[in-house]
Ligand binder design. Structure first.
Ligand code: SAH
Ligand code: SF4
Ligand code: F3S
Length: 482
């Protein structure tokens, strides 16, 4: 967390116009109001944040919780919080449905606790139809904001507390990147680090470019400084985050490639592990493969979304690669970095997908033998080009293909995990096992989870673990002497 003494901020004058100073002013203002309320009630005030969606949203939530804690809320999973925050995702329809379901429940909670403030933010709020629906049918929601103004949380809360009416602020897009705000990390030893925001690719099925705005890269020196601070604070593993990290740096005044950024990050002393996501196959350079191959810190894991194995469908998806190019790339990566774990995303049932197209997807899966694959049923997103395409595929056909794909993916990933049994790997211990407190859970460089006997003192440490048994999604192992 950044060291700013809120007591030194003059809250009697006008708010500063520059960021982040303006937000620190509002954090201090809100802190006064919340502290007064807490004294009135004779108890602390609690916040409860729920995060949907991807790593990007998870990182945003850490920033939001950082601001809430500075304001004076204690973040806690509780049934009756004073501030409820839903950081939403809209990549598929079912993500939206979940939020509406929760809102029904929250309405009842709010009737019992008049101090309760309900806030919604994130990708779903960038859709006009969603905000309209909340405005008209969910009037008890206090605060609605989007993906471009999360840094303004304190200012928005202040407005809500002083204006006595719901506050809704959605920005269409921004080229503003506000650095140096507080953030509360979920884990002490690992952290996500944004290297870029937004997306310019407009894959024809995807809503992300519409809700996250245009691609903006952070300056390499800001990224390196943030990581250095995290390392000084005990972090040993970082995950560099962007919708398409391989196009990092293209819009910066001083152009720089993602491979070059990795070289700079690798040099940070004390940092032990580097992960990143997501890599778009169209922009993955030989230079990146070279950097990964020679690196001692970059983890042996690459997420390389395929989406479809059919060249015809890939073209309509606007992915800018075909089946052959993807296979060649994946094979080259496996050849150059043999111990790499390759994972992917696949969509089943894109408009117009024929049995033949689907067989191409199965063919790529069988040839590349992904270590793991996330499979999704195509979800129609209003506003994207694919939503208007004729020939949406019937549900039963999709279900049949999805089941066949899942069976193939599982069989292969089970076989892939067996390869490692009997070997010893470095494991970063993450937590006490959820189901058995004599075990700890850690992660290998390739991303696999391992459970083994150990105690909480090991959390955050890297230890050697021999893999005894593969259990599908995880391993059971034995720690070797430290
Ligand atoms: N930027 C990343 C993906 C972000 S979204 C990339 O380009 O790889 C994560 C995944 O959700 C995508 O890889 C895709 O497989 C899936 N997805 C996106 N839109 C979808 C939709 N309309 N229906 C089903 N799955 C979708
Ligand atoms: Fe969506 Fe494509 Fe951008 Fe990924 S690269 S976020 S799938 S538009
Ligand atoms: Fe969802 Fe937004 Fe991420 S739509 S997948 S939370 S960028």
């Amino acid at each position: 967390m950044n060291e700013i003494n809120l007591d030194l901020i003059d809250t009697t004058g006008e708010p500063p116009v520059t960021e982040p100073e303006r937000q620190y002013y509002y954090i201090a203002k809100c802190r006064e109001l919340i502290s007064r309320k807490s004294k009135e009630l004779g108890r602390p005030l609690y916040s409860c944040t729920t995060t949907f969606g991807c790593q990007m949203n998870a990182r945003d939530s850490e920033k939001l919780i950082g601001i809430l804690e500075q304001i004076g809320y204690i973040e806690k999973e509780t049934k009756n919080p004073d501030f409820v925050l839903y950081n939403t995702c809209t990549v598929r329809e079912n993500a939206n449905l979940k939020v509406y379901g929760h809102l029904g429940f929250l309405k009842k909670q709010k009737e019992k606790n008049e101090h309760m403030m309900i806030a919604l933010c994130g990708c779903m709020m960038q859709e006009e139809t969603v905000v309209e629906k909340i405005r008209s049918s969910y009037k008890f929601v206090d605060l609605v904001f989007g993906t471009h103004n999360i840094y303004k949380l304190a200012e928005l809360i202040y407005d809500r507390l002083t204006l006595d009416k719901p506050v809704i602020e959605i920005l269409k897009d921004t080229d503003n990147i506000v650095e140096e705000l507080p953030s509360e990390r979920k884990y002490s030893f690992k952290s996500g680090v944004n290297i870029m925001f937004g997306c310019n690719n407009f894959c024809s099925y995807c809503i992300v470019p519409y809700v996250r705005g245009r691609e903006r890269s952070r300056k390499p020196e800001d990224i390196v400084n943030e990581i250095q601070k995290l390392v000084n604070d005990g972090v040993s593993e970082i995950m560099l985050l962007g919708q398409n990290v391989n196009s990092y740096g293209k819009n910066l005044e001083e152009e720089i490639t993602f491979a070059e950024l990795l070289r700079r990050v690798e040099k940070i002393e004390g940092l032990k592990r580097i992960r990143f996501m997501t890599s778009h196959p169209k922009d993955l350079s030989d230079d990146l493969i070279e950097v990964m191959k020679n690196s001692k810190k970059i983890c042996r894991q690459l997420h390389l979304p395929l989406q479809s194995g059919s060249s015809r469908i890939l073209k309509i998806m606007n992915r800018h690669y075909d089946k052959e190019k993807y296979i060649n790339l994946a094979e080259k990566i496996r050849r150059e970095i043999p111990d790499i774990s390759l994972s992917t995303d696949i969509i089943v049932g894109f408009p117009g997908e024929t049995e033949e197209d689907f067989k191409d997807t199965l063919d790529v899966v069988n040839r590349i033998r992904f270590d793991s694959a996330y499979t999704f049923i195509y979800s129609k997103r209003t506003g994207t080009p694919a939503a208007k395409m004729d020939d949406q595929i019937p549900k039963d056909v999709i279900k049949d293909r999805f089941d066949r794909l899942l069976a193939t993916v599982h069989e292969i990933s089970n076989e892939q995990t067996l390869k490692h049994v009997g070997n010893t790997y470095e494991v970063l211990v993450e937590e006490i096992n959820e189901h058995n407190n004599e075990l700890v859970t850690g992660r290998m460089s390739n991303g696999s989870l391992v459970h083994f006997k150990g105690c909480k003192d090991l959390i955050g440490k890297i230890v050697n673990v021999k893999l005894d048994e593969a259990k599908g999604f995880y391993y059971l192992g034995t720690m070797e002497e430290i």
